[in-house]
Write a protein that binds this ligand. Structure first.
Ligand SMILES: [Zn+2]
Length: 199
């Protein structure tokens, strides 16, 4: 329908999550009418991020050097490791200011149906890091989904087998702050009941 370069841009934009064909067209025409420096600034930023950002050699978080900023920070507690599925999961946990340990990014969650097995994730590296090296606790912060829960159970078993003295914990799931009980779904409420705490 459009000139081939415009079609190509629309096709590439439509591959982005949450961007349908219509939005892709709108963005493409926006970029066509934008100033050269703005449009090329976007393409340059994409190129730079792809060329300079890689995985931390220790925790598999995003890094611009061999290791990430958190692994380089000597003030962080080495005795506690927090296990997350993706690098993007590190950010919300950091924002809480409640966690002062280090991270381990798995690169996904176990899902046999999708062909994601233990050897496809950074599980062997986690077992290696968590046994010895002064690690006392592993906090499993995988998502509260079927695959995240299955991954947490698998990791708990593997960690206990490898390092029986290690404390293995899982993030509690409960009620959103500021919400009423009557609006909570039964799965969330059920989990909150099971994870109840003494006052
Ligand atoms: Zn790191």
């Amino acid at each position: 329908m459009f000139a081939p370069p415009v079609n190509r841009l629309i096709t590439e934009l439509a591959k982005l999550p949450g961007i349908g064909q219509r939005t892709a067209q709108r963005l493409a025409f926006h970029l066509l009418s934008a100033a050269d420096e703005d449009a090329l600034g976007l393409s340059e930023a994409i190129r730079e991020v792809k060329e300079s950002v890689r995985q931390c050699e220790i925790c598999f978080n995003l890094a611009v050097e061999d290791t990430c900023r958190i692994c380089q920070d000597e003030r962080r507690e080495g005795a506690v490791l927090c296990v997350v599925e993706q690098p993007s999961d590190v950010i919300p946990i950091e924002r809480t200011n409640e966690f002062h340990g280090r991270y381990h990014v798995l690169g996904g969650a176990l899902s046999p149906i999708d062909g994601i097995d233990p050897e496809d994730l950074h599980i062997a590296e986690l077992l290696e890091r968590a046994s010895g090296n002064g690690v006392r606790e592993v906090v499993i912060a995988t998502n509260a989904t079927t695959t995240g829960d299955a991954t947490a159970l698998f990791l708990a078993d593997a960690l206990r087998e490898r390092a029986p003295e290690l404390a293995v914990t899982r993030l509690a799931s409960g009620l959103p702050v500021g919400s009423d009980l009557e609006y909570a779904d039964e799965i969330t409420l059920g989990r909150a009941l099971r994870a109840r705490q003494a006052l």
